[in-house]
Design a protein. Structure first.
Lengths: 300, 300
């Protein structure tokens, strides 16, 4: 009896329990982080906005010149198969394209590699834990690192270059915060480890333009704002303006929108989630239940 | 009969052929590139400057707050064991420390992970192929990306954040060059994918100070320069000064010093390796044969 409860993966064409899914230590996806991925949620038995995630994953592969044998239909079938096999009603589902290894050992040319696809799913996870979400998160603005600039590594191509995030996370924990947010080299907000950031100021919703992922959850929040009549701006967001905002929240595939009650020493709304943030969060979860945006998993 | 000719690895405490050495797809060493490594050469049956590599590997782990069970003596023993098992007289030997995965699935805190060590060796490889070395390499200065700045990811801590290098490599190949070199955001030289860069100008040796690895091969080259009476400078090196230099060469553990005969449109020394570069290269290889710097492998 294999244990599927912790998740499943498809790798080298075979579906295996998550604990058995491994890649080679000389794969350039590891040794050069020459790899891209995307993560789509399964919520109550259905993928949410799967075509949007597949589209972004294809764009990421094209940007990195990664060519995998699978087309979108095959990727979609693989994602359905692993979620069904694991029997997960709520899941965090990763699709990955890696450079692989060169046919000639020792070759250094990425064009000489056989690129490959794999995917895995685990029970739904939250970048910010549920108990933190309930009271509102405390964020720390890193003082020691800036977000990797987009003319070094393109953040719109989802990537595993998390060195800046990891250092910022340690710094945040050292200061008693729940997570971190990074500024770019010009002092504007960028993003945190695994989430976009937003603020509400003067009744307007503002989220950073550059040096961050164009999150699909961010997009859903922007659509929710439009439905609620909240004007939204995607633009450079100076740190001082962010700190002085009325409300702050984060958004990610892995947990949706999460209210923030403190950034560094600044406390928002007397330490309680703000009304606009809460309205957007409620609308987001309502949107995840709309049939047009859902792709039902065919469980056995 | 297992095939050890392509290399060996030690992972999860077991020595296996290189093709069987794999890490989990959810290991943060992969999914966050939360990992550090070092690479030491074995040349004609002995490690070269192994204590220096072990020291840098320890410093890298400390910088990333990675704590592995193995001490330097255990790491050294593991490296000897895999090279002996593979029977390689000339080898590229990697030692790696990875964050691992959190004990609680879904946790996001790097402090909750069991960090782990592994190592692998393959036949000696060259960042720049031997046939390119023989005629002198052509480098391309990336126009599309700058080196990841050191206040985002510290380049002195050896890391797998190669997204900028990979993009620059594609750009170099598109322009018919053999490899790439990157500038920092201020327009100074940094390094290339897997090597430091040097130039000779007015009889002086110059190598960049910032946004690059403090290479042990670079250090050997600086020591070689001292022995040969060539004054050396480690400082900011503006691109224009580099392009206008008399000679250019690269240096890496994986191939030693390699002459460069062209950078972008500029040809050096009528397309032949320069005399100071060649003197330093010859001294480097002579130094690799000095018993005091060698650590003999005990082959079976």
């Amino acid at each position: 009896m294999q244990d599927w409860s912790k998740g499943a993966a498809i790798i080298r064409g075979e579906i295996v329990p998550i604990a058995e899914a491994r890649i080679g230590v000389t794969d350039w996806g590891l040794t050069r982080s020459d790899i891209t991925y995307d993560v789509v949620p399964v919520l109550d038995g259905a993928f949410f906005r799967l075509p949007d995630y597949l589209k972004r994953f294809a764009a990421s592969r094209a940007a990195l010149r990664l060519a995998i044998p699978e087309d979108d239909a095959a990727i979609r079938a693989a994602l359905h198969a692993i979620v069904a096999r694991a029997g997960l009603r709520d899941a965090y589902v990763a699709m990955v394209a890696s450079r692989g290894t060169p046919a000639i050992p020792g070759a250094r040319d990425p064009r000489a590699c056989a690129n490959h696809f794999y995917a895995w799913c685990v029970p739904y996870l939250r970048v910010i834990p549920a108990e933190v979400e309930a009271r509102g998160a405390r964020l720390w603005v890193s003082k020691s690192v800036h977000r990797i600039p987009e003319d070094s590594v393109n953040p719109r191509v989802k990537n595993y270059h998390w060195g800046d995030f990891t250092q910022a996370l340690f710094e945040a924990y050292d200061h008693g915060a729940d997570s971190a947010v990074l500024t770019d080299h010009a002092g504007n907000l960028s993003e945190g480890p695994g989430f976009n950031v937003f603020c509400i100021a003067g009744g307007r919703l503002i989220t950073p333009r550059g040096h961050c992922l164009e999150g699909i959850t961010r997009q859903t929040v922007l659509e929710a704002a439009a439905e609620l009549g909240i004007p939204a701006e995607v633009r450079d967001l100076p740190l001082a303006e962010f700190i002085e905002a009325d409300e702050v929240f984060t958004a990610t595939t892995a947990g949706g929108p999460v209210p923030v009650v403190q950034v560094d020493g600044r406390v928002y709304g007397n330490g309680a989630p703000g009304p606009a943030s809460e309205a957007l969060r409620a609308r987001y979860w309502e949107m995840t239940r709309r049939p047009a945006l859902r792709d039902q998993v065919a469980y056995a």
